[in-house]
Ligand binder design. Structure first.
Ligand code: TRP
Ligand code: ZN
Length: 503
C-alpha cells in the first residue's frame, strides 16, 4: 500500500484541485435549503426548532451561540438508590443547582427567542442583566428580552435553575441526558440529552466554546471537556467541604458532545510525544481491566494524526465508568466516554470521532453517517494496519452477509440508505455505521489509496471546527477526484434503497 499520502502534510485541498465537478443535482435536492441559520439550516426566531428533519424541536431560530458558561453544584441523591427519576420525591432537595450564561449573536431581529431546556426548575432569567419574562412548554423555554434585539447584536442570557435533571429516553430507546450512577452522575448528550442539564441551542449546527465549572462534595471528582483550569477545595467541616473543578473548552463544541462525569476516578495526566495533554479518568473498579487498552491511547492518537491529519483539539483522554452506567460509548469532545473498559476497536472508533463528528460536525441528524461511517471505517483501517482483516475483507464479509453472527444483523445493513435513515429511531442503526463505512471503501477503491487519504484529511481540514452535510461531502469528493465517476456510489450505495447489485 502506498503510504505517501498519509505522510504528506495536510495541504489546503482547494489549492490542490481547481476543477469543480458539476454533477451535484442528485445530492443538492436532498440537502436543506440554504438560509440564514448558523450553518445553513433555516428557522425563524421564536420557532420551536431549527428545522432538523429528524428532531424538529431541537435547536432554535434567530441566534447563534458563541459561548456557554455553566456553573453547576451537584450533591448526589443519597436517598433510596432504587429510586428512578420518575419515582423520586419531587419535594426532595435539588441535586443540581446551576447558572448558565449563554452568549449569543442575533442573526435576525427578534422580540422573543427559544432555548431548549427539559425538566428542572427555572428560578430566574435575565437578558443583558435585566429581568426577562419566560414561559415553558415541553422542551421550549421561550424568552422575551426587555427590548427587541436587532440583527448582529451580541446578548447574554443568564438562567438560574435547580432540581434533579431528567434522564431522557431517545426514539431508539437508549437513555441520555442526566444519568445517576452508583457514586455520582453522568451527563451524556447524543442526540438531545444536553437540554436536560443546561438550557441552550441544542442542535449540532450551533457550536460554541464552553466554560464548565462543577462543585461537588469533597472526595468526589468532576471531569468534563477541554482542559482543567483549576481545582479548589473550600470548607473544613466534616460534611461541608466541597471541591470546585473548572474546565475550559476553547474550540467550538456541539451541545451533544458536552459532558460531565461525577464520581470516584483514578486520574492519569500525561502528554503525548508531541506535547498534547492527556487526561484519563477511570472508575477504580474498571482500572485493572482498562489498563492495557488505555496504554495504547497515545499510539492510536499518533496513528490517527498520520491518517486523518492534525488533531483538532488542545487535549485528549478518556472517561471510563462502570459497565451499565450507560448503554453505549460516546465521543464526548476531547475525552470520549466508555461504559466499562473499552476494547481497542472502540477506543479507535471514539477517538476517530474527534476528527469526524466533533470537529467536522453534521449539519443535521440526517447526516449521521458522516460521523459513524467514518468512525467505523477507522476501525477497519486500524485492523488492516495491525495484522487484522483488510478493509476489503471486512467489506466482502458484509456484502456476502457473513460479517455478523446472525442473519438478521447481516440483513439489517441494507435496511435503508446511509444518507437517509428511515426515522429518528434509526439514526444509529447498521446502515449508518457499516454501510456508511462501505461507501468510504467504495470511494477508496475508485480513487486509490493516495487520493483517498488526501480526501479524508482534506475533508477534516476544510470543515475543521465547523459543520457539513452529505451534499458537501459528495461535492468535495468530486472536486478532489476530477474525471472519476461516482454516480453509482452515490445513487446505489449512499442514497439507494436495498442492497446494491454489485459489490
Ligand atoms: N455515537 C456513539 C458511537 O460512538 C453511539 C451513540 C450513542 C449514538 N448515543 C447515540 C448514536 C445516540 C446515535 C444517537 O457510536
Ligand atoms: Zn460512533
Amino acid at each position: 500500500m502506498s503510504r505517501s499520502a498519509r505522510l504528506a502534510p495536510t495541504v489546503t485541498p482547494s489549492l490542490r484541485t481547481l476543477t469543480v465537478a458539476l454533477s451535484l443535482s442528485l445530492t443538492l435536492t436532498l440537502g436543506l435549503t440554504a438560509c440564514s441559520g448558523p450553518s445553513g439550516v433555516h428557522a425563524t426566531p421564536g420557532s420551536a426548532g431549527v428545522g432538523d428533519p429528524y428532531f424538529p424541536k431541537s435547536g432554535n431560530g434567530g441566534y447563534d451561540v458563541t459561548h456557554y458558561d455553566l456553573t453547576l453544584a451537584y450533591t448526589p441523591d443519597t436517598s433510596d438508590a432504587s429510586d428512578t427519576p420518575e419515582t423520586r420525591d419531587s419535594a426532595a432537595a435539588p441535586t443540581l443547582t446551576a447558572t448558565a450564561t449563554i452568549t449569543a449573536r442575533a442573526t435576525t431581529p427578534f422580540s422573543t427567542f427559544d432555548l431548549d431546556f427539559q425538566g428542572m426548575k427555572v428560578n430566574s432569567l435575565t437578558v443583558d442583566g435585566k429581568k426577562a419574562p419566560w414561559t415553558r412548554s415541553g422542551q421550549e423555554l421561550k424568552v422575551r428580552p426587555p427590548t427587541a434585539l436587532r440583527k448582529g447584536r451580541t446578548f447574554k442570557t443568564t438562567v438560574r435553575y435547580s432540581g434533579t435533571p431528567e434522564t431522557i429516553t431517545d426514539p431508539d430507546g437508549s437513555d441520555e441526558g442526566w444519568l445517576p450512577t452508583a457514586d455520582g452522575a453522568l451527563a451524556l448528550g447524543e442526540p438531545t440529552g444536553s437540554m436536560a442539564w443546561f438550557p441552550g441551542n441544542d442542535h449540532p449546527s450551533d457550536k460554541a466554546t464552553y466554560d464548565i465549572t462543577i462543585t461537588v462534595p469533597k472526595g468526589l471528582q468532576a471531569v468534563s471537556n477541554g482542559e482543567l483550569r483549576s481545582e479548589t477545595t473550600k470548607g473544613t467541616g466534616a460534611g461541608d467541604a466541597r471541591t470546585t473543578y473548572s474546565w475550559h473548552t476553547p474550540q467550538p463544541m456541539a451541545t451533544y458532545l458536552a459532558t460531565v462525569a461525577i464520581g470516584h476516578y483514578d486520574i492519569t495526566r500525561t502528554t503525548t510525544r508531541n506535547g498534547l495533554p492527556v487526561y484519563v479518568a477511570v472508575d477504580p473498579q474498571e482500572a485493572a481491566a482498562s489498563r492495557k487498552v488505555l496504554a495504547k491511547l497515545p499510539e492510536i492518537m499518533e496513528w490517527e494524526e498520520y491518517n486523518f491529519g492534525p488533531y483538532p483539539f488542545s487535549s485528549t483522554g478518556a472517561i471510563v465508568d462502570r459497565g451499565g452506567d450507560a448503554g453505549y460509548a460516546l465521543e464526548t469532545q476531547n475525552r470520549p466516554f466508555f461504559p466499562g473498559a473499552p476494547d481497542t476497536a472502540t477506543l479507535v472508533h471514539e477517538l476517530a470521532h474527534q476528527w469526524y463528528g466533533d470537529s467536522v460536525t453534521p449539519k443535521t441528524w440526517r447526516d449521521m453517517w458522516l460521523n459513524e461511517g467514518f468512525a467505523t471505517y477507522a476501525e477497519w483501517l486500524w485492523a488492516e494496519d495491525h495484522d487484522g482483516d483488510t478493509a476489503q475483507q471486512t467489506f466482502d464479509a458484509l456484502y456476502k452477509g457473513t460479517y455478523f453472527d446472525d442473519k438478521a444483523d447481516d440483513d439489517a445493513v441494507w435496511a435503508f440508505p446511509p444518507a437517509t435513515p428511515t426515522s429518528a429511531a434509526h439514526i444509529s442503526d447498521s446502515p449508518v455505521y457499516e454501510r456508511g463505512a462501505m461507501v468510504l471503501h467504495k470511494i477508496r477503491r475508485t480513487v486509490g489509496d493516495a487520493r483517498f487519504y488526501d480526501i479524508i484529511q482534506g475533508w477534516a481540514a476544510t470543515h475543521r471546527h465547523g459543520n457539513a452535510n452529505t451534499a458537501d461531502f459528495t461535492a468535495y469528493v468530486e472536486k478532489m477526484a476530477p474525471g472519476k465517476d461516482f454516480t453509482e456510489i452515490w445513487k446505489d450505495w449512499l442514497y439507494g434503497n436495498g442492497k446494491p447489485a454489485r459489490p
